[in-house]
Design a protein. Structure first.
Length: 222
């Protein structure tokens, strides 16, 4: 059975000075991926709740907030309270991932958990019903524009097999180096939700880039 394909451009690659216009350029996407970095969990600093609130107010598509921050247990629920469609925290940054996921759902957000390239998915796979989304990082988090890591394909396959076996309907997201040249490999391995930054915002026509990514992923996952 063909899986539904979702394309989520990352505003990390957008023009921050013209954010509202940049969001309108990706109105055909399924969501906008909002990377929150604190310069502690990753060596980069982006923005926090105030910026997310403004993006939420003007975005034509739902917000998928990806928290690359320390002490996720404390801070993640606040982003759900802002109205984000989905909030993803890192397994490496949460003291009690199951309790945190439950709190995100209580606030009305989908609960996602992210795994850095070196993190085993085993604990997540034992509790798939607690999560609405599993994000397999296909680069080290912190910076856009990195190359896709093919050594993450086996992890994607492992997570996909577990989701299918559990029947939870959990979305399997990949983030890092996604382009028309790489999305097919990730989709064939089992991913269904794709974060793309420079391959969308670096294109002359972001809508056409989104369509091309969707077509390539759909063909590979069929």
């Amino acid at each position: 059975m063909t899986r539904a394909i979702r394309i989520e451009p990352s505003i990390l690659s957008a023009d921050f000075v013209n954010m509202e216009a940049e969001l309108r350029r990706i109105a055909t996407a399924d969501a906008v991926h909002v990377d929150v970095m604190d310069n502690h969990f990753v060596p980069n600093l982006t923005f926090g709740p105030q910026m997310v609130t403004r993006v939420q107010a003007v975005s034509p598509v739902p917000l998928d907030v990806h928290l690359m921050i320390t002490d996720a247990d404390r801070w993640a629920p606040g982003y759900a309270e802002l109205g984000a469609f989905s909030v993803t925290f890192h397994a490496e940054a949460a003291a009690d991932p199951l309790a945190l996921a439950a709190r995100l759902r209580e606030h009305g957000a989908r609960a996602g958990i992210a795994l850095k390239p070196g993190t085993s998915p085993d604990h997540v796979l034992e509790n798939l019903d607690a999560y609405d989304q599993v994000l397999v990082m296909t680069v080290e988090p912190g910076f856009g524009g990195q190359g896709f890591r093919d050594d993450m394909l086996d992890k994607i396959r492992t997570v996909r097999a577990a989701i299918d076996a559990a029947g939870t309907g959990t979305w399997l997201q990949v983030d890092g180096g996604i382009s028309t040249a790489t999305i097919g490999r990730a989709a064939a391995a089992g991913a269904d939700t794709f974060v793309a930054g420079s391959s969308v915002y670096g294109a002359d026509d972001p809508a056409a880039a989104i369509a091309a990514l969707r077509t390539a992923a759909s063909a590979a996952s069929a």
